[in-house]
Design a protein around this ligand. Structure first.
Ligand code: CP
Length: 322
C-alpha cells in the first residue's frame, strides 16, 4: 500500500491546478481542474442522456473499479453506468486481492492495465492516489473519492440535480453545512458551484470549518439560523467520523441542535428551496428523519442522476473507443 507524503500530494495538486482541463478529457481527478466549460459539457451530456437524446457506447471498453474504502452508491452506479454504455465493468475486491501478499499498488494497477482496462475508477483514503495512478498508468482515471480532497463525480451529480430543480446555478445561494474540513464532497461542490457562478456559504462548528475558504470567495458562518431562510439549496453533510480521532462536539444531540437540519429549520426554508445530501445519511444527526423524507428533499434524485452523470463522464473520457 502506498501512503503519500503530504508534499507529494501538494506537488501533484499544484501541477494539475496549473494545467486545467480542456475539451479533451483524459482524467476526472478533481473539479478544481475543470473550467466552467468542462463542467457545462458534462452537465449537457447528462441532460441529453436523461432526455433520451443520446446513448453513449463504450464499444465493450473495460472499466475497472478499485475501492479501498466502503461504498454503496458510487461503486454500484459506476457498474450500472458502464453496463448501460455497452462497456465491461469489473470490480476488484481489495480485501482478497494480492495486495495482502505484499504487492505494491502500482504493480497491481499495471497488472490491471495490461489486461486491457481502458479506464480505472479509484477510491482511496489518501489524497492524491488517483493522481499518482493517472501519472503512472497513462490511462484515464476517475477519482471516486480520495481522502478529504475531492469526489468529482459526486460534485457534478450534485450540481446537475440542483440545476434540474432550479435552473442554472449562476447567482443561486447554496449552503453547505456540516463537517466541511473532512469532506471531499464539500470541496468538489465548492469548485463546481464557484465555476458556475453560484454564491456558496459553508456552515459548521469552528473545528470542522476551514475559514481559509473565504480566500476563494466562500462565505463562512457558524450560525445556520442566520442563513437558512435565504438560500436556494441546502447541501447537508455527515460528520466524517472515519477521518477523525476524538470527539468533535460535546454530544451528537448538541451537534444536531446547532448544525442539524431539524424539522423546525426545514420549515424556515423558502418554498422553492431544495435539500441535498450525498449519502449515506445519519438520520437524527445532520438530518431529522422527517426532513430526509420531506417533499423538498432530493436525495434519491441525486442517486438516480448519479448513474446518468457517470455515463456522461465515461463517454467524455472514452469517446475515442466509439
Ligand atoms: N456519496 C457517496 O460517495 O456514497 P458512497 O460512499 O455510498 O459511494
Amino acid at each position: 500500500m502506498v501512503v503519500l507524503p503530504r508534499m507529494f500530494v501538494i506537488r501533484f495538486e499544484t501541477r494539475y491546478d496549473e494545467s486545467r482541463m480542456s475539451e479533451t478529457f483524459n482524467h476526472c481527478l478533481g473539479l478544481r481542474y475543470f473550467s466552467k466549460s468542462d463542467i457545462r459539457y458534462i452537465l449537457d451530456i447528462t441532460q441529453q442522456i436523461k432526455l433520451g437524446l443520446f446513448a453513449p457506447n463504450l464499444n465493450k471498453a473495460m472499466v475497472v473499479s478499485v475501492f479501498f474504502e466502503p461504498s454503496t452508491r458510487t461503486r454500484l452506479s459506476f457498474e450500472i453506468a458502464v453496463n448501460r454504455c455497452n462497456g465491461q465493468p469489473y470490480t476488484i475486491d481489495v480485501s482478497t486481492s494480492s495486495l495482502s501478499k505484499g504487492e505494491s499498488l502500482v504493480d497491481m494497477m499495471n497488472t490491471i492495465a495490461v489486461m486491457g482496462a481502458s479506464a480505472l475508477v479509484v477510491r482511496h483514503s489518501d489524497a492524491g492516489v488517483p493522481h499518482f495512478l493517472h501519472e503512472q498508468l497513462r490511462i484515464p482515471v476517475i477519482n471516486a473519492g480520495d481522502g478529504y480532497h475531492e469526489h468529482p463525480t459526486q460534485g457534478l451529480l450534485d450540481v446537475f440535480t440542483m440545476e434540474d430543480h432550479l435552473g442554472e446555478m449562476k447567482n443561486k445561494r447554496v449552503l453547505i453545512c456540516g463537517d466541511i474540513a473532512h469532506s471531499r464532497v464539500a470541496k468538489s461542490n465548492i469548485w463546481a458551484l464557484l465555476a458556475l457562478g453560484a454564491n456558496v456559504i459553508v456552515c459548521g462548528p469552528p473545528n470542522l470549518l476551514p475559514t481559509e475558504l473565504a480566500d476563494f470567495g466562500v462565505e463562512c458562518t457558524h450560525d445556520i439560523d442566520s442563513v437558512i431562510g435565504t438560500v436556494d439549496v441546502v447541501n447537508m453533510l455527515r460528520i466524517q467520523f472515519e477521518r477523525q480521532s476524538g470527539i468533535v462536539m460535546p454530544s451528537l444531540a448538541e451537534y444536531r441542535s446547532k448544525y442539524g437540519l431539524t424539522l423546525d429549520r426545514y420549515h424556515q426554508l423558502q418554498p422553492h428551496a431544495i435539500v441535498c445530501h450525498p449519502g449515506p445519511i445519519n438520520r437524527g444527526i445532520e438530518l431529522d428523519s422527517e426532513v430526509a423524507d420531506g417533499k423538498q428533499t432530493v436525495i434519491l434524485d441525486q442517486v438516480k442522476n448519479g448513474v446518468l452523470l457517470r455515463m456522461a463522464v465515461l463517454h467524455a473520457l472514452l469517446k475515442g473507443n466509439q
